[in-house]
Design a protein around this ligand. Structure first.
Ligand SMILES: [Fe+2]
Length: 194
């Protein structure tokens, strides 16, 4: 039998399952997921525990949990200092992104062209939000964004409304070249919070 989960993490899973059980409205469930995640990433014990989580450099995510009934996924990302994440979307999935340790910037972009030219995209940087431990962002479907690491290692916990990896490709954007392509999401590394 698998080792027992950290109680705060098991409670987080139970609460998320209750949010998804409330009905088929993914946006509503993910609004609840955002406030639940705010509680989780404010937890000092989890922050202390995350100090020795392995790096996810090389386009990886720790896979903390995937729900067998509702399909939502809980990931973690451990960035090295000054990590520059690529600009991307999460296709039709919703994502709640919570910073547990360190500092990061979340850049949000808007699309200026109509998407009718294959491989072409004009995007504009709209805002940069600075986050520290406890900051949670909710990223709607097809929102174009990028997470940039801070001066030190940073750790985030992510709730995704569903798993895209292995199923759906995600948009990637290069604002200088004005190009876009669709690519596979991060490699999933199973990691138990016991
Ligand atoms: Fe993202």
């Amino acid at each position: 039998m698998a080792a027992r989960r950290m109680p705060i993490f098991q409670k987080f899973i139970d609460d998320l399952r209750a949010a998804f059980a409330d009905g088929p409205d993914t946006a509503a469930a993910m609004e609840k997921a955002r406030s639940l995640l705010e509680g989780l990433v404010a937890d000092e014990e989890l922050r202390a525990r995350s100090k020795d989580w392995p790096s996810t450099e090389g386009h990886k995510n720790l896979l903390l949990y995937e729900d067998p009934d509702y399909g939502f996924v809980i990931n973690a990302v451990v960035r090295t200092a000054h990590r520059k994440g690529g600009i991307h979307d999460h296709a039709h999935a919703w994502t709640a992104y919570g910073l547990l340790d360190g500092e990061e910037k979340l850049e949000r972009y808007s699309r200026l062209d109509d998407g009718s030219r294959e491989g072409y995209a004009e995007i504009r940087l709209d805002s940069v939000t600075e986050g520290g431990p406890g900051t949670v962002d909710l990223v709607p479907p097809f929102d174009i964004h990028s997470e940039k690491g801070g001066a030190a290692r940073s750790v985030a916990v992510i709730v995704r409304s569903e798993r895209l990896v292995g199923r759906v490709l995600q948009g990637r954007f290069d604002p200088e070249a004005k190009t876009t392509h669709r690519g596979e999401g991060p490699t999933q590394i199973p990691f138990e919070l016991t």
